[in-house]
Design a protein around this ligand. Structure first.
Ligand SMILES: [Fe+2]
Length: 166
C-alpha cells in the first residue's frame, strides 16, 4: 500500500499526542518502518537529488519534523544526544553502524562529557530505531546511505554538547 506524506504526518501527530513520551515514539517508529519499504514514497521524497538534510514536514502544533537525508559516500558523526529532544532513525538505503554509549561524566558548554561504548548494531533498510532524551549514540556510514528521521524538534536550531569516548 502506498502512503502519502500527509497521511504519515497525521499518523505521527496522533501517536505523539495520544501517547506522549517513549510509547508514542515507538508507535511512530513502527509506522515509519512501513514507509521505509514503500517504494513509491521513497521515489517521491528521497530521489537521488536529495541533499544531506531536508525537512519535508514540520508539525505546526507539536514541532516534530520529518527529515530526509541522502549522504553520498561515507558519513559519520561523533557521539551525541539530542539535547532535550529525541529522534527516530529510519534506514532507507545502505547501512549505518550505530554505537550506543553510557555517560561517565556530564558535558557542559565549556567541557566535553565522557562516554563509554555499550553496544554496536547495524541499521539496515527497513529498520527504525528510537533515541530518547539523553540516549548517546554515534552513527558510522562507510558508503552512501539514505535515511528518514523524525526529530522531536528541528535539531538544526538546537545547541548540543560534545562527548569524548573513554
Ligand atoms: Fe543522533
Amino acid at each position: 500500500m502506498s502512503h502519502t506524506l500527509e497521511q504519515f504526518a497525521s499518523q505521527c501527530h496522533g501517536f505523539l499526542k495520544s501517547s506522549p513520551g517513549p510509547t508514542g515514539r515507538q508507535k511512530v517508529a513502527e509506522a515509519l518502518q512501513q514507509i521505509l519499504l514503500d517504494e513509491s514514497f521513497i521515489a517521491k521524497y528521497l530521489p537521488p537529488s536529495t541533499g544531506e538534510r531536508e525537512v519535508i514536514y514540520q508539525d505546526p502544533e507539536m514541532g516534530f519534523c520529518i527529515v530526509v537525508h541522502h549522504y553520498l559516500g561515507p558519513k559519520s558523526s561523533d557521539p551525541h544526544d539530542h539535547a532535550h529532544s529525541w529522534a527516530i532513525y529510519g534506514q532507507v538505503r545502505g547501512r549505518t553502524e550505530m554505537r550506543d554509549y553510557q555517560k561517565m561524566e556530564d558535558a557542559s558548554a565549556d567541557k566535553p562529557g565522557k562516554v563509554k561504548v555499550t553496544r554496536s548494531y547495524a541499521l539496515t533498510p527497513g529498520v527504525a530505531h528510537v533515541y530518547n532524551e539523553g540516549d548517546i549514540h554515534a552513527p558510522e556510514r562507510k558508503d552512501s546511505t539514505s535515511l528518514i528521521r523524525i526529530e522531536g524538534t528541528d535539531m538544526s536550531k538546537v545547541k548540543r554538547f560534545k562527548f569524548e569516548v573513554v
